[in-house]
Design a binder for this molecule. Structure first.
Ligand SMILES: [Zn+2]
Length: 175
């Protein structure tokens, strides 16, 4: 079964299904979620980086009313309006909820950091996962995080800004 065909089925009108079909779809979705959730690491601290509150799980339509493609996805949203997405097919947050400035800082951190491990892929001819893991191990060391606890989606704006700094300093050394 391809990802695309199961995705298309998600968009079928639920009202056309019998109760038995609906129940079967739900059981399949729950199994898929359990498999996906077994493979991901939840953030050590799931609270909002902006205000420290505990977020609640919402569907995509609460955050992106005009993005029908995101309506079935789960997000975690704080009472202050900060939010974060989930690992694909799971209800596990990618990190800590963030407001616009923190999201922008994290995007900048990803732009710097992703460019770095992509260069490693080209230079060393290694795969994406290997290059990315090596990149995160290096980043954790640079920033003083425990190995495996360094994830851009878990960071505050200040922490994300430091990612940009250390990636830039590596480029200067390498140049
Ligand atoms: Zn908050």
């Amino acid at each position: 079964m391809s990802g695309r065909s199961s995705n298309e089925r998600d968009w079928l009108d639920e009202s056309l299904l019998t109760d038995a079909q609906r129940a079967r779809r739900q059981r399949k979705a729950e199994k898929r979620r359990a498999r996906a959730e077994a493979k991901v690491t939840p953030p050590t601290d799931p609270t909002c980086v902006e205000c420290g509150s505990m977020p609640e799980r919402v569907k995509g339509d609460a955050i992106y009313p005009h993005r029908a493609d995101l309506h079935m996805k789960s997000f975690w949203r704080c009472q202050c309006g900060a939010y974060v997405g989930c690992h694909p097919f799971t209800r596990v947050p990618l990190g800590r909820p963030a407001g616009p400035a923190t999201r922008a800082a994290r995007n900048a951190a990803h732009a710097s950091f992703d460019a770095l491990w992509r260069r490693k892929m080209e230079r060393d001819g290694c795969g994406q996962q290997e290059a990315r893991e090596a990149g995160y191990a290096w980043l954790a060391q640079q920033l003083g995080y425990e190995p495996g606890k360094c994830h851009i989606a878990w960071m505050t704006a200040e922490e994300a800004a430091r990612v940009v700094e250390v990636c830039a300093s590596l480029r200067r050394v390498a140049a």
